[in-house]
Design a protein around this ligand. Structure first.
Ligand SMILES: [Zn+2]
Length: 104
C-alpha cells in the first residue's frame, strides 16, 4: 500500500474518531451530564477510536507467517519483509522448534 493511500486512511480514521467522540459528547450532554465530563468522555472515545483504527491500518501493511498445524499459535508479523526475510519466516513457520499445542 503506498504512502498516499495510508495517509488518506489515517485522515479518514481521525475524522471518524472525532465524529464518534463528538457524537458521544453530544449524547451525554443531552442527558444532563456536566459539559466538562461530556467533553472528557468524547475525547476519551475519540482517542480510543484513533488508537484502534491506527492499529488496524498498521496491520494492513504487515505480512503474517503462521504455523499451519491446528492448535499451534506460532505467528510472526513483519512489515515489508525482503525476499530473504520472506523465505526465512516461511521456513520458520513451517518447521519451528516447538509447537504450542493445547493439552488434551
Ligand atoms: Zn507450530
Amino acid at each position: 500500500m503506498n504512502s498516499t493511500k495510508i495517509r488518506h486512511l489515517y485522515w479518514a480514521a481521525a475524522l471518524v474518531a472525532v465524529v464518534l467522540g463528538a457524537t458521544v459528547g453530544i449524547r451525554l450532554d443531552s442527558l444532563d451530564v456536566p459539559f466538562w465530563l461530556a467533553c472528557l468522555s468524547g475525547c476519551g472515545v475519540a482517542n480510543a477510536a484513533v488508537n484502534e483504527l491506527d492499529r488496524q491500518i498498521e496491520r494492513l501493511g504487515l505480512t503474517t507467517y503462521a504455523c499451519r498445524t491446528p492448535g499451534c499459535d506460532f505467528r510472526a508479523r513483519l512489515k515489508a519483509p525482503s525476499a530473504a526475510d520472506n523465505r526465512r519466516w516461511q521456513e520458520a513457520a513451517a518447521a519451528h522448534p516447538h509447537h504450542a499445542l493445547p493439552r488434551t
